[in-house]
Design a protein around this ligand. Structure first.
Ligand code: NIG
Ligand code: FE
Length: 420
């Protein structure tokens, strides 16, 4: 069979070949690294992965041959928890933070998430689209080819839908694949300040409309002190499940309310944050093979504790890592920084880190059959990093190591510049 594209003589080809399912505990170290590897692509899919010079059998005069000499290749990175689409930013809250005002206190006073709600409601579709597109371009230049994007800055049907429609349009127009999540339960809007139950009713009313318009795959809840309680979260997610949503939870981010256990109880796809979860939760998460989606750049930016990734892995949990990109708790699109933090601050090994942003990231958005590894049949999404080995990618922090990015077999970033 002939091919469209071959990357040959790749110094280290990190394939992640193996089980196309959540890798838990010690399995997170199984990454398979081929030296002098090659990848063959046809029609946007991978048709062969091997080593040496066998790629020549797949060549004809139309095949584009690229040398991967000196580079490390990984699957396209997956950012499986972002608040990509939003209006404005919140640098005006920096001084308050530096003076010691707590993140949840700022929200309680009508700032924080509610500040962004105001800006998102005011922004036009086009403004939101252009801003999110710029962020997506940054993500792509850092090696991210698939993104989960949450709403949650509308808190009314009109603006929640506007956010989700921006995500949907970007999925059609931008090289990155985007999966949408409805996060109507992100905060209680000011107009329902003294009537949370009425707002919960509004959320429940939005569910069938969003589902019918096919605007989101997942429903998520910010289960947190002064936001949504365990009971409220369980109720909202239970209703969402009935409408055919898959479920996610902002669980135990700041207070250990029991979000991790709720995720297990209701069969969520992932439990996210888990900064305040305990060893008792880890047992549950491991038993349920729950995707534990950790977001260490949020801990960094909020100056809070990091999730206990090392203990979690030793308990047999399966971890994914994401940016949590948003204008408040984590204003960065840089997933490589997240990877580097997870090693320095959460003691994750380089192999575990790369598993967390590829195969386990794919599981976090139910895409493990399509992406997350460099294997025959999968999408030809991959990144060439200008690093001598995997350890270096994690060790040398704060800069962008990407050279080129391929999405569906097409070069979309060349020498760190967008070229799609
Ligand atoms: O994941 N915690 C809730 N949501 C985001 C923060 C959103 C914001 O501050 O704007 C998070 O940390
Ligand atoms: Fe979040």
């Amino acid at each position: 069979m002939k091919s469209d594209l071959i990357i040959c003589h790749i110094n280290h080809l990190v394939t992640l070949k193996g089980i196309n399912d959540l890798r838990c505990g010690k399995e997170m170290r199984d990454v398979e690294i081929i030296n002098d590897g090659y990848v063959v692509v046809k029609d946007g899919r991978i048709i062969e992965v091997s080593k040496g010079s066998g790629y020549k059998d797949f060549m004809d005069d139309k095949t584009q041959l690229v040398s991967g000499k000196g580079y490390l290749m990984t699957p396209g990175l997956i950012d499986s928890h972002t608040h990509l689409v939003h209006g404005g930013s919140r640098e005006n809250e920096l001084q308050m933070k530096l003076e010691g005002r707590d993140y949840l206190d700022i929200l309680k006073a009508g700032g924080g998430i509610l500040n962004t709600v105001k800006q998102t409601r005011q922004a036009s579709f086009d403004t939101l689209y252009q801003k999110a597109k710029s962020s997506l371009d940054v993500m792509l230049t850092y090696g991210v080819t698939t993104v989960e994007a949450k709403s949650g800055y509308g808190l009314n049907l009109e603006t929640e839908m506007k956010q989700l429609e921006v995500g949907k349009k970007l999925n059609e127009t931008h090289p990155c694949d985007i999966k949408n999540t409805f996060l109507g339960a992100h905060a209680i809007p000011l107009e329902y300040k003294n009537n949370k139950n009425a707002y919960i009713e509004q959320i429940i009313n939005m569910l069938p409309i969003i589902k019918e318009k096919d605007l989101a795959v997942y429903c998520d809840v910010f289960c947190e002190g002064d936001v949504f309680t365990i009971e409220e979260s369980e109720f909202i997610l239970g209703q969402a499940k009935k409408h055919g949503f898959k479920l996610k939870i902002h669980a135990d981010e700041i207070y250990p309310l029991g979000g991790a256990k709720l995720a297990c109880r209701i069969g969520a796809t992932s439990a996210d944050h888990l900064m305040a979860s305990t060893k008792d939760d880890f047992k549950d998460l491991a038993e349920h093979k729950m995707v534990c989606n950790l977001l260490p750049a949020t801990s960094f930016n909020l100056n809070k504790n990091y999730a206990k990734a090392r203990d979690m892995i030793d308990f047999g949990c399966g971890i994914s890592l994401s940016s949590d990109y948003n204008p408040g708790s984590c204003p960065t699109e840089n997933l490589q920084f997240v990877m580097q933090l997870s090693s320095i601050k959460m003691k994750m090994l380089p192999q575990e880190v790369i598993t967390a942003v590829t195969m386990n990231g794919a599981c976090c958005i139910n895409e493990e059959k399509n992406i997350g590894s460099i294997e025959i049949g999968k999408k030809a999404d991959f990144v060439l990093f200008d690093v001598p080995n995997l350890e270096y990618l994690i060790y040398h922090f704060g800069i962008n190591h990407v050279k080129d990015v391929y999405k569906n077999g097409k070069l979309v970033v060349s020498d760190q510049k967008i070229c799609y």
